[in-house]
Design a binder for this molecule. Structure first.
Ligand code: URA
Length: 234
């Protein structure tokens, strides 16, 4: 006779279940009660619709003074999305974000944690260069944050990196300070979905204040750690 190793509770449970004439059993798995609208349409189509929406914006000083719409750069399938403030002169000429000096530093920062720029998705809070490179006004940030939220939902990244206070304020409001918030993982809910978010200094700020780079480096190491922990394919 062979002896089978059986869990006594399993035997009792299955005997109990078999003794009833039941049609289903209750699962002990949690039910996801959030209605997450699946993005069924092709990402590229959704992105091109969003681009057109921004292109057709009315009564916008940014649009009327800029030469080009600066929508995004990088891999739209990436699990990492980086958000800056807004285009400068070089970006306005090229129609691409982060191609000037701040962009060169951003590329180096990514490289330092083993990420090629082309492997991430990059955009800005506002998609047109503000006149004379001024900071976008709060009303502009708020208007464009509707586009930004849509943009994030379409890309659906695992990690959002907000560079600078304008990016931070566009999603978290203006009551918080970047010096206090940077370096900590935060959650942001957009369209019923929670995104993991890291606020860090903007590369243009680091060019003006190089002594702050040590904090930025600490944030980059945190980001790298999270990428490894979540086993993200970058
Ligand atoms: N600064 C930004 O915030 N975005 C750019 O695209 C370039 C500089």
């Amino acid at each position: 006779m062979t002896l089978e190793d059986k869990n006594q509770n399993d035997i009792i449970n299955s005997e109990l279940i078999n003794s009833y004439d039941i049609e289903y059993i209750f699962s002990d798995k949690p039910i996801n009660r959030f209605k997450i609208k699946p993005i069924l349409e092709d990402k590229s189509k959704l992105l091109s619709d969003l681009r057109s929406e921004i292109k057709n914006i009315d009564n916008c000083e940014l649009k009327s003074s800029a030469t080009k719409l600066v929508f995004s750069d990088g891999d739209n399938q990436s699990q990492i999305m980086i958000i800056g403030e807004g285009p400068g002169q070089k970006e306005d000429e090229a129609g691409k974000p982060f191609v000037g000096d701040a962009g060169m530093l951003l590329n180096k920062m990514l490289k330092a944690i083993n990420i090629e720029r082309g492997k991430v998705y990059i955009t800005n809070v506002v998609n047109y260069r503000p006149p004379n490179n001024r900071k976008p006004e709060p009303a502009e940030v708020s208007r464009y944050s509707n586009f930004l939220r849509k943009h994030i939902s379409i890309i659906d990244p695992k990690i959002l990196i907000l560079m600078g206070s304008t990016a931070m304020e566009s999603l978290f409001g203006s009551k918080i300070k970047i010096t206090k918030e940077r370096g900590n993982w935060k959650d942001i809910i957009i369209n019923n979905k929670t995104y993991l978010c890291m606020i860090t200094f903007h590369p243009a700020y680091l060019l003006r204040q190089p002594e702050q780079k040590k904090y930025s480096w600490a944030d980059l190491k945190e980001i790298k750690k999270k990428i490894d922990e979540l086993n993200l394919k970058i």
